[in-house]
Every structure is written in C-alpha cells, then in structure tokens.
Design a protein around this ligand. Structure first.
Ligand code: NAD
Ligand code: UGA
Length: 451
C-alpha cells in the first residue's frame, strides 16, 4: 500500500492545533480543524483567531479554502492523516488528565473505515499513551485494522510567542511508531524537511537555517523525548535561578556568569535567563508528569523535584525582597507589570504574576496590574483575584509604593524609567526579569545581580 497524504484533520484548535493546522495548510494540504468548543469554532469560521500568537492571524487568513473549521468529526473519514492536539492538563494529583485524548480517540474511532489512516498524537502524553489510544480505537471502531490504522507519536516543541517560527524552522522532527507509518509521516512533512515551501511573509526563514533533523524512534521513545526535553529546559532555568541566589550573596553577577558558562557549547547560552522562574502550561505540568511516571514504577526523580522547588521558591523570593524594603504591605499600593507567563502571548496558565498578586493581596497590599495583551483574558480567568486592572502603564506607577516587573514585555523595556519612578510615592522597583539596564534614583532589586 502506498501513502500519498493529501487531506489532514487536526483535532483541537488550541495553541498547538491552530499552529499545526496553519502549518499543514501552508505546506499545501487540505486541512479540516475539529474542535468541540462551539464558540471557538464559530469564531474561527468568522475568521477570528481565539488566541494571541504573533503571525497566526495572517497565516490562517492566507489559507482560504485549504483550511476549514468544524465541530463535526465526519471530516476524519475523508482524511489520510489525523492529528490529536487536545489539552492534557494536570489532574489534582499531578498526573496528566487524559480525558480529552480519550474522548478525541473515541470520536476518531467512530469514523474509521476501510481507508488507511495514520493517527498522530501531538499532545504531550504519558509514555504508553500511543498504545492506549490504539486500544481505544480498537474498542470503539467498527473496523480496526492494524495494517491500515496506525498510531504515531509526533511531539510538538513550539514555544508560545514564537510558535510559527518554531514550527516552520524546527531543530528536529521527532517521529515514533512503525516503519511504514513513519515513512508516511516523512512524506507528509517532506516540504518541511526539505524546506521547499515559500516562507510566510511574517515569518521569514532564519538566516543560515538549512533543514530540520528527522529523529525516528519507537512510540515510547518519542513520548519520553517530549517530557525529557521540557524537563531538561525547566531544570536549566532552575539551575540558573539557584546560582543567581548565591550570586546575590557573594556579589557576583548572574548574567556575567551565565554568559561565561553558556559560551561553552556543551552548556549553551539559551534557557539560562534567571528571574521569576518558569510558568506556562507545560514546564510545571510536564516535570510533574515525569515524576508521576517515575512514581508509577516506584522510581524517584530527585533532580526534577528539586527543579520544581527552586522554581516556585523564586516567586516567594520576590515578595521577601519587597518586604525587606517596605517592611509591611498593609495598605501599600503595589504595581505589577506583566500578567502573561511570558511576553508575546495572552496565556495566563501558571503565570508567576498570578501567585504574586494573590500573595500581595493576602499581605494587605492594594494591587494594580497591567499587561499589554492579556488584561481582557485576566478579567475573565482571574476574576477571583482582587486587583485593579490598570488602564495605562502610567497608572501602575502613579503614587505606588513599589512596582514589580513580572513579565519582560518590550513595552516595559522601552519605558522612561526615570520618569516613571517620579510618579511613585516610594520608589521601590523589584525587577524580577532583569530588564532595567541603567542605574536609577530608586531602590532597585534584580535577580542575581545589582543594577
Ligand atoms: P489548549 O488548551 O490551548 O487547546 C486544546 C483544545 O482542544 C481546546 O480548543 C479544546 O476545546 C479542544 N478539545 C478538547 N477536547 C476535545 C475533543 N474531544 N475534540 C476536539 N477538540 C477538543 O491546549 P494546547 O496548549 O494547544 O496544548 C495541547 C497539547 O499540546 C497539550 O498536551 C500540551 O501539553 C501540548 N503542547 C503545548 C504547547 C504550548 O505551547 N501550548 C507546546 C507543545 C506541546
Ligand atoms: C516550552 C518549551 O520551550 C517548548 O519547547 C515546548 O514545546 C512547550 O514548553 C510546551 O511543551 O508547551 P513555552 O512554555 O511556550 O515553551 O515557553 P518558554 O519560552 O519555554 O518559556 C517558559 C517559561 O520559562 C516562561 O515563563 C519563561 O519566562 C521562562 N523562562 C524561559 C525563564 O525563566 N528563563 C529562560 O531562560 C527561558
């Protein structure tokens, strides 16, 4: 049997599904995006993009008839390849909640027929989920035939905020599964592997980029690679934060230190930025997910546990620094700059700013917070927090006793800091992302260095 993929279905229209659908349509495939969220699908059908991701609106708009959105799984019956891109949030015990993957697999099973179909798992899932999905397909399909219906693991490594460049110009494409199914995936991704597509205007090919490596593995190895990659990046950041704490105590500068170690190509400069630690939907969930996988096999993973401890300690350290300057927070006005977990996204999942605001309010502070993009979303998702949403950046500083920089948006880097601190009552700045470069007539605290 030959594989000649032309039609693709993408299940789940979140950060990963939207990017995957846009990418595959851009590579020339006929793509149907399927989501169970009626509002989300209606929005997409109207040409509105439900998340903030630079370049995504233009990429999706440019696809025209090649890309359609529906709530109807019938599109699976027509597809040669179907991607599962639904969420895998943590359950209360830290293990990944597979209910959306299970539901998606059961819905796909209902549309399996005699046509060959490759079912590709792009969601981040515990090792063994590929086999689990196959069992759901077997249990729920009228016809399931291992020779025609195969499950592949193709983990996603995109970062929010730079999702399109990460998807179009990846370092590597990891594919786990049977030889035949992987041959089919290599055929599907040929324009990406060979970089034969025309780059979208908003996302040009980086200078010097040639082509991604293709890593062919077993299902289990591909699933493990995703967790191990995120866990390694997370612990790299925690390492920088742990060393930063000691830098503060001995008078060293963490940025000089990370440059000095990162230029050793065995270490590398990236993901050594000390600050407020990681947030977002994945590093916390996936480090915990890997620890839970260890627990299932009675196998301890102390390095990962320590990486998590160091990460969440960073959020408390910021408050401790503030208390050292202000003594008490009762009745004090504290401004928070940045709510999203990182710049260039409106994603608020596990954002450090959430914990900061919550703690500040508990300690009696009046909090005014700002974000260039995420404020409307925060109004919906953080309604349980009692903070004032700032209608301008200036409003964060006006008569404030202290301001904390929680997310390093370019808008904040570009501020006239001298003018801003003039608006404050007591000029205490906790720059938890190390963005201020010039000395100011204010009390400034950074992480692992003195300004
Ligand atoms: P998300 O929460 O943004 O989107 C998930 C989407 O799936 C939602 O639109 C939801 O309505 C839809 N959905 C849920 N159940 C469904 C069903 N049965 N059928 C169809 N649609 C359904 O999630 P995300 O951030 O895109 O993450 C998806 C997966 O990819 C997760 O496993 C995550 O760990 C992984 N991942 C995420 C990123 C990232 O940067 N966000 C990067 C790499 C990998
Ligand atoms: C991360 C990984 O980088 C992606 O490869 C992966 O696909 C994704 O998780 C996922 O599985 O969802 P993402 O969370 O979108 O991507 O964003 P990152 O750029 O990795 O940043 C994560 C957090 O770490 C942010 O809060 C950021 O502020 C923080 N960070 C990052 C640091 O504190 N220091 C750094 O040096 C880098």
């Amino acid at each position: 049997k030959t594989c000649d993929p032309k039609k693709v279905a993408v299940v789940g229209a979140g950060y990963v599904g939207l990017g995957t659908a846009g990418l595959l349509a851009h590579l020339g495939y006929q793509v149907t995006g399927i989501d169970v969220d009626l509002d989300r699908v209606a929005q997409l059908q109207r040409g509105e993009v439900p998340i903030h991701e630079p370049g995504l609106d233009a990429l999706l708009a440019a696809q025209g008839e090649r890309l359609t959105w529906t709530t109807d799984y019938a599109a699976v019956a027509d597809a040669d390849v179907v991607f599962i891109c639904v969420g895998t949030p943590p359950s209360s015990d830290g293990t990944p909640d597979l209910r959306y993957v299970t539901a998606a697999a059961a819905s796909i099973a209902a549309h399996l027929d005699a046509r060959p179909l490759v079912i590709v798992n792009k969601s981040t899932v515990p090792i063994g989920t590929g086999d689990f999905v196959q069992r759901i397909l077997e249990d729920n399909a009228l016809t399931f035939d291992l020779a025609r219906h195969t499950v592949v693991s193709n983990p996603e490594f995109l970062r929010e905020g730079t999702a399109l460049a990460d998807s179009l110009y990846p370092d590597r494409i990891v594919l786990g599964g049977s030889t035949e199914a992987l041959d089919c995936m290599v055929k599907l991704y040929a324009p990406l592997i060979e970089q034969s597509f025309t780059p979208p205007p908003a996302t040009p090919r980086p200078e010097g980029f040639t082509r991604p490596a293709v890593v062919r593995t077993t299902l289990q190895s591909a699933e493990m690679i995703k967790y191990a990659a995120n866990a390694f990046l997370a612990l790299k950041i925690s390492f920088a934060n742990e060393v930063a704490g000691l830098c503060e105590r001995v008078g060293a500068d963490i940025e000089e230190v990370t440059t000095g170690i990162g230029l050793d190509t065995r270490i590398g400069l990236r993901f050594l930025q000390a600050g407020l630690g990681w947030g977002g939907s994945c590093f916390g969930k996936d480090t915990q997910g890997l620890i839970s996988a260890g627990d299932e096999h009675d196998y301890d993973m102390p390095i990962l546990r320590a990486a998590i401890d160091v990460n969440y300690r960073q959020r408390r350290v910021v408050i401790d620094k503030l208390l050292r300057h202000l003594k008490t927070l009762k009745g004090k006005k504290v401004g928070v700059l940045g709510m999203a977990f990182k710049p260039n996204t409106d994603d608020l999942r596990d954002a450090p700013a959430h914990d900061l605001i919550q703690r500040l309010v508990q300690l009696g502070a009046r909090v005014t917070a700002h974000d260039p993009i995420a404020m409307p979303r925060a109004a919906r998702e953080w309604a349980h927090l009692t903070y004032q949403a700032a209608d301008s950046i200036e409003a964060v500083f006006d008569r404030a006793d202290a301001v904390i920089i929680a997310t390093e948006w370019n808008e904040y880097r570009a501020l006239d800091w001298a003018a801003m601190t003039h608006r404050m009552r007591e000029a205490v700045i906790i720059d938890a992302r190390n963005i201020i470069r010039t000395p100011l007539a204010a009390e400034i605290e950074q992480v692992g260095r003195a300004v």
